[in-house]
Design a protein around this ligand. Structure first.
Ligand code: PLP
Length: 440
């Protein structure tokens, strides 16, 4: 399998999975896209309950990786990527929650980050110079990336996060690892962090001196493995219902990588009745699907902060999956926008009526699914619960008026000491810092 840049669809697909993973973005700044969408083996879909997680994941990802990883290595990477639970939990006769928060940093991003870090670790093995992964985070990405790369030989990670704008659990996940992970606490916003990272990648001198790469969600090695858990969920769904029914999928969406992976899996043969991109007040895509006009805007802050994106990068990949045919796209995908107040009401309602505590992102997904089901009486569906509610206990506890029980993994974090370097949002300072790190 080869990849091409979406900025240049005329170009031949000539980039390997290896190079696409190392580079992140194409040199023309476009996103990489596979030259073809492989079909999943028929038997896998027909008899999915007979397959293990590892077998499903391996069959999904193999065509995309091709021969850039030896078979044994890929098997090992896949097994390590999915070595936790992905439970499908029933809330009522029409609604299921796919819990994607049982990984080490309690959010779905663990899957992509674990897979990517191990692939990159393999690809740079034997390099005489360490790679520096530079990443800006609004919250969950940083923790997942830090955890995924922790202790990986030949890779250093520098994370930029906006001071005071991530939840306390998220901050501890970023700042308490040490070893090859460094956190920079930027006195500014997420946009400042992202601008600094972009400036670093755009600085030829710095790139030459340090082998810089990104672990951003547009990297194919983070995007593609997100297909796995849709199939894990489908397997459990068939098992519970005792029949093969296509579910409605509701996906809390920000940068649209997660839902794009679901749509890709669907294109490859995974059953789906419909997809809903559940957004918060950042409604660029809901508006686009209503009007046909794409108008990016500045992100507005909400209580589901991991979805505060005004110009979702992965949306161009969704357009590519549907060959930019608007009608084909809007038959499969709809999108809704939810206010913080509606999200709070939803959290309270699910908690009191179904005795289930969703996090703010999952609650946006739940609400979008209920709206859809109310006008589609015969359907049932799954919403993706993308993070553990404890990650946002500062938001959730006042809504339900109770403490959220701390899992041991979080209790352990709360006892640790934050280690970060404060910097003001100035590229000169970042450059000096990165150069200084190299000399260490
Ligand atoms: C990143 C994130 C999202 C949004 O996922 P995208 O792939 O960017 O659409 C939703 N929920 C949580 C908890 C996240 O961390």
């Amino acid at each position: 399998m080869k990849y091409y840049s979406l900025n240049d669809p005329e170009a031949k697909a000539e980039t390997s999975f290896r190079d696409a993973t190392i580079r992140g973005q194409a040199p023309d700044k476009g996103l990489y896209f596979p030259e073809r969408i492989p079909a999943l083996p028929k038997d896998l879909i027909e008899n999915i309950t007979r397959y293990t997680k590892e077998e499903i994941a391996l069959r999904v990802i193999s065509p995309y990786v091709g021969d850039t990883l030896p078979a044994g290595e890929l098997e090992k990477i896949v097994a390590e990527t999915v070595n936790f639970e992905f439970p499908l939990v029933k809330l009522d006769d029409r609604t299921w929650s796919l819990e994607l928060f049982h990984g080490p940093t309690l959010a779905f991003k663990d899957v992509g980050a674990r897979f990517m870090s191990r692939c990159l670790g393999y690809f740079v093995r034997g390099n005489d110079q360490p790679v520096t992964v530079l990443v800006a985070t609004s919250g969950d990405t940083g923790g997942a990336v830090a955890n995924g790369f922790y202790g990986v030989e030949g890779v250093r990670v520098v994370i930029l996060y906006p001071s005071g704008k991530v939840s306390s659990v998220q901050e501890l996940q970023l700042t308490t690892l040490g070893k090859n992970i460094t956190a920079l606490e930027v006195d500014g916003t997420f946009d400042d962090c992202q601008r600094l990272v972009k400036q670093a990648f755009g600085d030829p001198g710095l790139n030459k001196e340090l082998f810089l790469t990104s672990a951003n969600s547009i990297n194919v090695a983070r995007w593609l493995p997100q297909q796995f858990y849709y199939l894990f969920a489908y397997s459990q769904w068939v098992q519970t219902l005792g029949k093969k029914e296509a579910p409605v999928w509701s996906v809390p969406s920000g940068n649209f990588g997660n839902i794009c992976a679901g749509l890709l899996a669907h294109r490859s043969g995974m059953p789906a009745k419909h997809f809903i991109a559940a957004c918060n007040a950042n409604n660029t895509i809901p508006d686009f699907l209503q009007t046909g006009a794409y108008k990016p805007r500045k992100a507005v802050p909400t209580i589901s902060n991991a979805m505060d994106v005004g110009d979702p990068s992965n949306f161009v990949r969704i357009l590519e999956i549907f060959h930019k045919e608007f009608t084909a796209l809007s038959n499969v995908l709809s999108s809704s926008s939810t206010t913080d107040e509606q999200t709070r009401v939803a959290i309270r309602k699910v908690y009191t009526e179904a005795h289930y505590l969703p996090d703010p992102h999952g609650a946006v997904g739940w609400l979008a699914l209920q709206d859809y089901l109310s006008s589609h009486p015969g359907d049932r569906g799954i919403f993706l619960e993308t993070a553990h509610p404890v990650k946002f206990y500062d938001v959730v506890e006042p809504i339900i008026g109770e403490k959220v029980p701390m899992p041991p993994i979080v209790q352990n974090l709360l006892g640790r000491k934050k280690q970060s370097e404060k910097i003001s949002p100035d590229f000169g300072l970042l450059r000096d810092f990165l150069r200084g790190e190299k000399r260490k």
